[in-house]
Design a protein around this ligand. Structure first.
Ligand code: F6R
Length: 622
C-alpha cells in the first residue's frame, strides 16, 4: 500500500525517482507525486528550496504534468504512489505534503492512528492543513522542528516518538539539499547503497536498476541518506544497524519481457519459479534440508499443533498445506484468516507452530497475527517471497519461496511457490517426526521436481483457454467447484476472476453445493469444475455426481480433468486436460488454467490486469 522512493547523489533525481515510482506503482495507483530539492529564488539557507509536483490517478498523469510544466534540476528527491486510506484520491490528498512554509516535504505509507489529536494541536497553533490525509501533519511537525534549529534527522527522530500506528516516512528539507531522511515502523522500507549515491524504496525493485546492494531497516529506525553513505539510528537517536544483503535477481525480472501484463509474464514464469523454489532442498545423500529455516529438529518434534495464518490467495495456499501436513505428518492443522486470528483468542502454546504465509512479507493482518502468536509463546515460521521484509524478520524461522519479484497485483507464481514451500515443510516435518519413510519422501520430491514440466504442458494449451475466456465476456456470474485440494483451487479461481474481471464469482466445495448454493444454477451459467485425479477416496466419483447435478439444472460445465480420465467427457461441455499428478499436488497444475482464464477475460473486458481497481499489492494496513 503506497510506494515510496528516495534518491540522493550526483545524478538528476527526477528521472530516478519517477522510474522508481513506475516500479512501485503496483503498490498503489490512486495518485503520484515527487518532491525535489532545487535551487530557487525562495531558497532557504543554502539557496535551495523544495519543489513538488503531484497528480491524482496513475503515474502517467504525473508524468504528463511534469512534461507540461518541467521541474528544475535537482540531485535529491523523493516520490510517492498512493493507495488511499484517509481522504479521497484527488490532487490535494496526493503526496508529498508540505508544512506551512513549504520548506519540508514528506511522503508517507501507513496509517497514523493519533493524527486527529495531532492535527487539532497543530490547528490550535495556527497551522493550516490543506488535505484530508493523516500524513500532512508530519510535514508540519517536521517543519516546526527544523525551523526551531534541528537538523532533519533529529526532527524525524523527535516526530516519530510522537506518532502512533504504522508508517514509513521519507522527507527532504529545502534548507539541507544533500540529505534524505526516512523512518519506519510496521511498514516497509529498504535502502539501496550505490557508489556515491543512495536510494530508498518500499522494496528493492525501486532501485534494482542502479544497485543490488541493499540495507534492511529494523523496526523503529531512522535512516539518513547523503552522498557519503547512510547512517541508521533508533527513534531515540541511538546508533543502530540495518542488515546488509545483496539482491539475487536483476532488472529483467522486474520488466514485462514482451508480455502485455506482468501477470501474464508471471504466469509463464511459473515452471521456472517452481523449479527455483525446489532448488537446493536435498542434501547430497538425498535428505530433505531447509537451510534458511532456523528451527531445530528437536523443536519441530515437540510441535503438537500447527496453525496456518494468511490472507487472500496465500490463505488458499494454507488450505492446501492443511491437507498435505495432516496427511503426511498426522499433526493437526488449523487454517485461519490472519485478520480474524487474534480476535478469537486462539489457543496457543509453546508446542504450537504458527505458519504465516505471505508473498510480500508486509501484510499488516498477518504481521499482527504473528506478533500475537509470539506473545503467547508459540513459534512462528514464515513462508515468504520477499527478502528483507518484516514478516520473516519477526518470525522464528523462514522458508523463502524464491519466486522472484511478483509485480502483477494478482498473485500467481507467488501462490505456486507458496504451495511448494508448504509441501516442503510438510515433508520436512514428516522426515523429522518419522511419519513417512525416506523413500516415500523421496518419491514425492521426485513428483514435485516433475511439476515444472507439467506446468509447461498446461501453458502450451494457453490459446485454448484464451478462446474460452473470450467466449465469456458477457457472463454475469461464474461458479467454481472443487473437492479436497481442489476446493482451495476453486476458491482461488473465483478470487482471480473477481479481482481482475470484476465479475461475480464463487468457489464451492462440490459436496456443499446441494446444501444451498445449487439454487444459483440457471440455464447457461458457467461452472468450472476442478476434477480430482481418479482413484483415491471416491473423490472422483463424488465430483462426477456434483457435475451431473449442476448440468442437469442447465449449467455449462467446464471441466479440468487429468489426461486419460474418460469418465468425465459425457458430463463436460468443455474439457480442459491436466497432466496426471497425485491429488495433493494437483493444485500446482490445476490453478494455472484458471489464472490464464481470469487474465484473458479481464483483458478482453478492457481492464488493467496489473492494477485492478481498488486494490494494491501489499496490504500494509489492517
Ligand atoms: C490475490 C492476492 C491477495 C494476496 C493477499 C495476501 O491475487 O494477491 O489476495 O494474496 O493480499 O498477500 P501476501 O501474500 O503478500 O500476504
Amino acid at each position: 500500500m503506497c510506494g515510496i522512493v528516495g534518491y540522493v547523489g550526483p545524478r538528476q533525481a527526477q528521472g530516478i525517482v519517477v522510474e522508481g515510482l513506475r516500479r512501485m506503482e503496483y503498490r498503489g495507483y490512486d495518485s503520484a507525486g515527487v518532491a525535489l530539492v532545487v535551487s530557487g529564488p525562495e531558497g532557504h539557507d543554502g539557496g535551495t528550496t523544495v519543489a513538488t509536483a503531484k497528480k491524482a490517478g496513475k503515474l502517467a498523469n504525473l508524468e504528463k504534468l511534469i512534461a507540461d510544466e518541467p521541474m528544475p534540476a535537482a540531485t535529491t528527491g523523493i516520490g510517492h504512489t498512493r493507495w488511499a486510506t484517509h481522504g479521497a484520491p484527488n490532487d490535494r490528498n496526493a503526496h508529498p505534503h508540505r508544512g506551512d512554509t513549504g520548506r519540508v516535504a514528506v511522503v508517507h505509507n501507513g496509517i497514523i492512528e493519533n493524527f486527529v489529536e495531532l492535527r487539532d494541536e497543530l490547528e490550535r497553533q495556527g497551522h493550516v492543513l490543506l488535505s484530508e490525509t493523516d500524513s500532512e501533519i508530519v510535514a508540519h511537525l517536521l517543519e516546526v522542528e527544523v525551523l526551531g534549529g534541528a537538523d532533519l534527522t533529529t526532527a524525524m527522530q523527535r516526530v516519530c516518538c510522537r506518532l502512533e500506528g504504522a508508517f514509513t516516512l521519507v522527507a527532504v528539507d529545502g534548507g539541507d539539499p544533500d540529505r534524505v531522511v526516512a523512518a519506519r515502523r510496521n511498514s516497509p522500507l529498504v535502502v539501496g547503497i550505490g557508489e556515491g549515491e543512495s536510494f530508498l524504496g518500499s522494496d528493492v525493485a525501486a532501485f534494482i536498476e542502479h544497485t543490488r546492494e541493499a540495507l534492511e531497516l529494523g523496526q523503529d529506525q531512522v535512516v539518513t541518506l547523503t552522498r557519503d553513505g547512510v547512517d541508521v539510528t533508533t527513534f531515540a537517536g541511538e546508533p543502530a544497524q540495518g542488515r546488509r544483503f545483496s539482491v539475487d535477481w536483476d532488472l529483467s525480472a522486474a520488466e514485462k519481457d514482451g508480455h502485455d501484463w506482468f501477470m501474464r509474464k508471471e504466469i509463464f514464469e511459473q515452471p521456472r519459479a517452481v523449479a527455483d523454489a525446489l532448488l537446493g532442498r536435498r542434501s547430497p545423500a538425498g535428505q530433505l534440508q531447509l537451510d534458511e529455516m532456523r528451527l531445530d529438529d528437536d523443536e519441530l518434534r515437540e510441535i503438537d499443533k500447527i496453525i496456518v495464518i494468511a490472507c487472500g490467495t496465500s490463505f488458499y495456499a494454507g488450505m492446501v498445506a492443511k491437507y498435505a501436513i495432516e496427511h503426511w505428518t498426522r499433526t493437526p492443522v488449523e487454517v485461519e484468516l490472519a485478520s480474524e486470528f487474534r480476535y478469537r483468542d486462539p489457543i496457543l502454546t509453546h508446542d504450537t507452530l504458527v505458519v504465516a504465509i505471505s508473498q510480500s512479507g508486509e501484510t499488516a493482518d498477518t504481521l499482527q497475527a504473528i506478533r500475537h502468536a509470539r506473545t503467547q509463546g508459540s513459534k512462528v515460521l514464515a513462508i515468504c517471497n520477499t527478502n528483507g521484509s518484516t514478516i520473516p524478520r519477526e518470525s522464528d524461522a523462514v522458508i523463502y519461496t524464491h519466486a522472484g519479484p511478483e509485480i502483477g497485483v494478482a498473485s500467481t507464481k507467488g501462490f505456486l511457490t507458496q504451495l511448494v514451500a508448504c509441501y516442503l515443510l510438510a515433508l520436512y516435518i514428516a522426515q523429522v517426526k518419522g511419519t513417512r519413510y525416506g523413500d516415500e519422501i523421496d518419491q514425492i520430491m521426485r513428483q514435485l521436481e516433475e511439476i515444472p514440466a507439467h506446468i509447461d504442458t498446461v501453458l502450451a494449451g494457453a490459446e485454448e483457454i484464451y478462446t474460452l475466456a473470450r467466449e465469456h465476456v458477457g457472463a454475469r456470474s461464474v461458479l467454481f467447484l472443487g473437492r479436497h485440494a481442489g476446493f482451495p483451487v476453486a476458491l482461488e479461481g473465483a478470487l482471480k476472476l473477481k479481482e481482475l474481471a470484476y465479475l461475480h464469482a464463487e468457489g464451492f466445495a462440490a459436496g456443499e453445493l446441494k446444501h444451498g448454493p445449487i439454487a444459483l444454477i440457471e440455464e447457461g451459467l458457467p461452472v468450472l469444475c476442478v476434477v480430482p485425479p481418479r482413484g483415491r477416496d471416491q473423490l472422483h466419483e463424488k465430483m462426477l455426481s456434483g457435475i451431473q447435478e449442476v448440468r442437469a439444472r442447465g449449467a455449462r460445465t467446464i471441466c479440468l480433468a487429468e489426461a486419460g480420465d474418460d469418465k468425465i467427457a459425457p458430463y463436460a461441455d468443455v474439457l480442459i486436460r491436466l497432466p496426471r499428478v497425485p491429488v495433493l499436488l494437483q493444485p500446482l497444475v490445476a490453478v494455472v488454467p484458471l489464472q490464464l482464464f481470469a487474465c484473458e477475460l479481464a483483458t478482453a473486458l478492457g481492464h488493467d490486469v496489473d492494477q485492478p481497481r481498488n486494490l494494491a499489492k501489499s496490504v500494509t494496513v489492517e
